[in-house]
Design a protein around this ligand. Structure first.
Ligand code: NOJ
Length: 561
């Protein structure tokens, strides 16, 4: 039985319908979280066994919801993002009974469960595609996007598949039926045809299947690609170098294979189903780099995605000005009803400790990651953590003969480092990806209870956030006259106010706080373990150490508007 010390808020009760706005959410990549049966691959039982790490105990992190990457039956060409059955569990991860137990055990600890929905494409082994491919006259033919070759036999248009390394046509020719089929990703991931009402109905049922099983929400894979030009016209020539992403476009020069207006109707349909249930949500992966277009996925009337993943921090260089600009832009573009969210790492990108490590200097990377954690957990918006960031995991080295992913993402997916043993407490078998040797020093067991550790920093920040209405839902305002390399902002509600000052520079910085006009500033938390919480700061300025972040409680007159 889990232990519930009164000091740990149980968010299922505490946050109610606002859990996804005010809670702290955490991504689990199930292959790499915890293996329970020694086959070297993480599974659902493994997640259950590790839930205490996340919430429910005195020394848990304090997580309110988990998003679990796909665990459905799959040939694993894209490690689960190629689904062969949307309403079952792949045997490598367990079975539906394990899933039901996981939902119950998570809810028991106040943890909501978000599952991954992959509606853009199926696996090429999905029975729908097998039927579709069998004959041109098969009733399922039109469930996918099929088109005749051009007269010279080449693909129907110039659309490209989006795995950067591949940069090849998004079309594969099917010899027996003489047509090409579309795949925005691997040929093993044929795109569904969302113009077909039967496809929409099939997904209505899939959503209901999981909602009826008690899931609290969906993370929607590649939401920005669900519908495309039904006439399959060429994309304009964007003049991009190979691998260079498309950053923005005008209506006249819009791509024809993504961000198609009809997508919004599909998302409204998903939202309609979610709203039939209580306190459910959808967060979409909207990999559109132009934030003006990305915010459109929240809908005009709060009727599409509850959240659209904001990936700006995954791309931002290590600079106070960059993070400040991204945050202010997002805040200014969001419709009033919409709620921001932030994320530093996920299973598709290098881990931020490694991204922030100049010349591979992980010590500095981790110092910066402490600052980033303070920022992530004090901005206005839902923070999404990626498993392992709470202990400062770096990308794991993966030798060429162990590479398994088509797009070079293995290093961000190496197994969770639970303890110092050679297999990191992840498995008793041969792990599917190498365990990072750093597990000898960077692991959960070593960090729990060590007040200088990354884990305890995250835990403290989450506790402070949970206890603070200002941090959970208060206003955000950045300080007008921060010096270069400093991002400073306030979070305030009623009479509660916090100042957050983040020094991105490798040397000390002084921040004027005259504009706050307060009479008492007290350190709530510093990313530098040498500075004690509770210190009172006097004067008109505060001094920040190199890469130091400070969370300061501001007492005095009413908060700035
Ligand atoms: C986005 C997912 O996060 C990624 O892992 C996957 O490869 C693609 N979508 C295709 O499903």
């Amino acid at each position: 039985m889990p232990r519930y010390p009164v000091s740990v808020p149980r968010s299922l009760d505490d946050l109610g319908a606002d859990w996804w706005r005010e809670g702290v959410l955490y991504q689990i990549y199930p292959r790499s979280f915890q293996d329970s049966n020694g086959d070297g691959v993480g599974d659902l039982r493994g997640i259950i066994n590790r839930l205490d790490h996340l919430n429910g105990c005195d020394d848990s992190l304090g997580i309110d919801g988990i998003w679990i990457s796909p665990f459905y039956p799959s040939p694993m060409a894209d490690f689960g993002y190629d689904v062969a059955d949307y309403v079952a569990v792949d045997p490598v991860f367990g079975n539906l009974a394990d899933f039901d137990d996981l939902v119950a055990a998570a809810h028991d600890r106040g943890i909501r469960v978000i599952v991954d929905l992959v509606p853009n494409h199926t696996s090429d082994r999905h029975p729908w595609f097998l039927e579709s491919r069998a004959k041109r006259t098969n009733p399922k033919r039109d469930w996918y996007v099929w088109a005749d070759p051009k007269p010279d036999g080449s693909p129907p248009n110039n659309w490209r598949s989006s795995f950067v390394r591949r940069q090849v046509s998004a079309w594969t020719f099917d010899e027996p039926t003489g047509q090409y089929y579309l795949h925005s990703f691997l040929p093993e991931q044929p795109d569904l045809n969302w113009w077909n009402e039967d496809v929409r109905r099939a997904f209505d049922d899939i959503l209901r299947f999981w909602l009826d099983r008690g899931v609290d929400g969906f993370r929607i894979d590649v939401a920005h690609r669900l519908a495309r030009d039904p006439e399959l016209r060429d994309n304009p020539d964007f003049g991009l170098a190979p691998g260079e992403p498309l950053r923005s476009w005008t209506d006249e020069q819009a791509p024809r294979d993504e961000d198609w207006p009809e997508i919004h109707a599909i998302l409204r349909r998903f939202r309609g189903i979610l709203d039939e249930y209580e306190a459910r949500m959808a967060i979409g992966e909207v990999w559109i780099l132009d934030p003006r277009r990305m915010v459109g996925y929240y809908g005009q009337n709060d009727d599409e995605l509850n959240l659209a993943f904001n990936f700006a921090f995954l791309r931002a260089p290590w600079s106070a000005e960059a993070f400040r600009a991204e945050t202010e832009l997002f805040e200014s573009l969001l419709p009033d009803s919409a709620w921001p969210d932030y994320t530093l790492s996920n299973h598709d990108n290098p881990r931020h400790v490694s991204r922030y490590a100049p010349e591979g200097d992980l010590e500095r990377g981790r110092r910066r990651a402490r600052l980033a954690a303070l920022m992530l957990l004090t901005l206005r918006g839902t923070p999404f953590l990626y498993q392992g960031e709470e202990i400062g995991m770096a990308d794991g080295p993966v030798p060429p003969d162990r590479v398994v992913d088509v797009a070079g993402r293995d290093p961000a997916r190496t197994p969770m480092q639970w303890d110092a043993s050679p297999r990191g407490g992840f498995t008793t078998g041969d792990p599917w990806l190498p365990i990072n040797r750093e597990t000898a020093t960077v692991n959960v067991a070593a960090q729990r209870g060590d007040r200088t550790s990354m884990f305890e920093l995250y835990r403290s920040l989450i506790r402070i956030r949970k206890a603070s209405p200002a941090l959970r839902r208060g206003s955000f305002r950045s300080l007008a006259d921060s010096p270069p390399h400093v991002f400073a902002y306030t979070r305030a509600i009623d009479s509660e106010c916090w100042l957050i000052a983040l020094n991105f520079a490798d040397n000390p910085r002084r921040v004027s706080i005259a504009e706050l006009g307060r009479d008492r500033l007290q350190v709530g938390l510093s990313t530098d373990p040498a500075r004690s919480p509770g210190d009172v700061l006097d004067g008109d300025a505060i001094d920040l150490g190199p890469n130091e972040g400070l969370l300061i409680s501001v007492a005095g007159s009413s908060p700035p508007s």
